[in-house]
Write a protein that binds this ligand. Structure first.
Ligand SMILES: *[C@@H]1O[C@H](CO)[C@@H](O)[C@H](O)[C@H]1NC(C)=O
Ligand SMILES: *[C@@H]1O[C@H](CO)[C@@H](O)[C@H](O)[C@H]1NC(C)=O
Ligand SMILES: *[C@@H]1O[C@H](CO)[C@@H](O)[C@H](O)[C@H]1NC(C)=O
Length: 379
């Protein structure tokens, strides 16, 4: 200290004063739990992982209508529709990077998958399913804490510029993405370990027999996706075999995801929740409460009435992408009286491992299939 030149002394004094001040701030900050010095709660990032026709629009809506959630439905649609002749395998890393960027509210990631030039928020696939894009700061017509019907939003908020999407995203405590275009968990490990994310995975599964029946009614709409999933097999398969092969891929991927979770370290396993669609429709209020609790969202009174209404009351149409929860319990059983046993039996052969693991009991005869007093759901 003493050998310092004279000129340095005031500087040294200043530095020491600053150090004391900083120390004071540090202690003061800790004592008062000031949010600027203690760890700020990060936004929660939730990935609803599911497959086509598995009730994921319904679950997506549970998140989408919550006033604390910025929700987007199937953003990877943009990638798949840009590379319709590619395969699910080849596109998976692009999908992962897209998901990560959106979680961080970086919407420039869509540049690669949208036409150049000015865009609106309505350039996003199924944007009107996101209440966040129908209320401030994205659109000032509706308020944040109301249930906003998609048709009203589509009519009144479609002219907003694309920039509002990012602005809206940054104003929420939860970013929730629903995606059906993932087929394994390994590729998501980097996201689970990413320190800039706080990721929770909600894995939604449904009885493959019900999925199969529902897919039969939407074959045309799912054609491009099916082709990307089946890849080079698409050309070789007979048309009537395609649905079974498709279900095999879906069932296999669910099995692999489930098994991959079991081998994760405990801390990461806690970031995963499995839900069966059937459990949800049998007990919508209680299950929704569990899901909300898992991702630390409040089950607000208006959401409770709304969930009650949509699972009991009037439906919202039959189109493939609508939240079709009309008499959801009955709909979830429809395969039992509409599918021929022959198809059920063939499907059970390709999906039996997954069904056993997830607790969907196989039927061994047409009689068992049609007998509705026989509960096929194991607990
Ligand atoms: C639920 O349904 C009732 C009766 O149709 C209706 O008055 C109410 O506004 C609905 N609530 C919500 C939140 O959808
Ligand atoms: C369920 O749907 C079937 C076929 O549409 C119908 O016959 C049956 O009465 C319905 N059951 C209930 C409880 O609504
Ligand atoms: C339907 O299943 C119930 C419950 O297992 C059984 O008691 C009943 O005998 C079955 N009915 C027919 C017609 O198979």
């Amino acid at each position: 200290m003493m050998i310092l030149p004279k000129k340095m002394k005031p500087l040294l004094f200043l530095i020491s004063q600053m150090a004391i001040f900083a120390l004071f701030l540090h202690l003061y900050g800790h004592n008062s739990n000031s949010p600027s010095t203690t760890e700020e709660p990060k936004p929660m990032h939730v990935l609803v992982l599911s497959s086509w026709r598995s009730g994921s629009s319904f679950v997506g809506q549970l998140f989408g209508q919550h006033p604390d959630v910025f929700y987007l439905m199937e953003p990877a649609w943009h990638i798949w529709m840009t590379f319709t002749h590619s395969t699910a395998w080849r596109l998976q890393m692009a999908v992962r990077d897209l998901i990560r960027a959106i979680f961080l509210c970086d919407m420039s990631v869509f540049d690669a998958y949208m036409k150049p030039g000015p865009r609106r928020q309505s350039s996003l696939f199924q944007w009107e399913n996101s209440r966040a894009l129908c209320s401030p700061p994205a659109c000032n017509i509706f308020s944040r804490d109301m249930i906003i019907p998609r048709a009203h939003c589509k009519l009144l908020c479609s002219q907003q510029p694309f920039e509002v999407v990012e602005k809206a995203c940054r104003s929420y405590s939860h970013v929730v993405l629903k995606e059906v275009r993932f087929f394994n968990l390994q590729m998501l490990y980097p996201l689970l370990r990413d320190p800039s994310l706080n990721l929770r995975i909600v894995h939604l599964v449904r009885d493959p027999r019900a999925v199969f029946r529902s897919r039969e009614h939407t074959t045309e709409e799912l054609m491009i996706d099916s082709r990307i999933v089946l890849g080079q097999h698409w050309e070789k398969l007979k048309k009537e075999d395609q649905p079974y092969y498709m279900m095999q891929v879906i069932c296999q991927s669910q099995l692999e995801i489930y098994k991959a979770v079991q081998s994760l370290p405990k801390a990461l396993r806690e970031r995963y929740m499995l839900i069966r669609y059937e459990d949800l429709v049998r007990n919508p209020i209680a299950r929704t409460a569990q899901i909300y609790e898992y991702v630390r969202l409040k089950f607000l009174p208006h959401l409770q009435t709304w969930v009650y209404n949509i699972t009991r009351g009037e439906g919202m149409g039959n189109h493939a992408f609508h939240t079709n929860a009309r008499n959801a319990l009955n709909v979830s059983q429809a395969w039992r009286w509409t599918l021929p046993y022959k198809k059920v039996s063939r499907l059970q052969k390709v999906c039996s491992d997954t069904m056993t693991l997830l607790g969907y009991q196989l039927v061994r005869s047409e009689q068992e299939q049609r007998n509705l007093s026989l509960d096929l759901l194991s607990t």
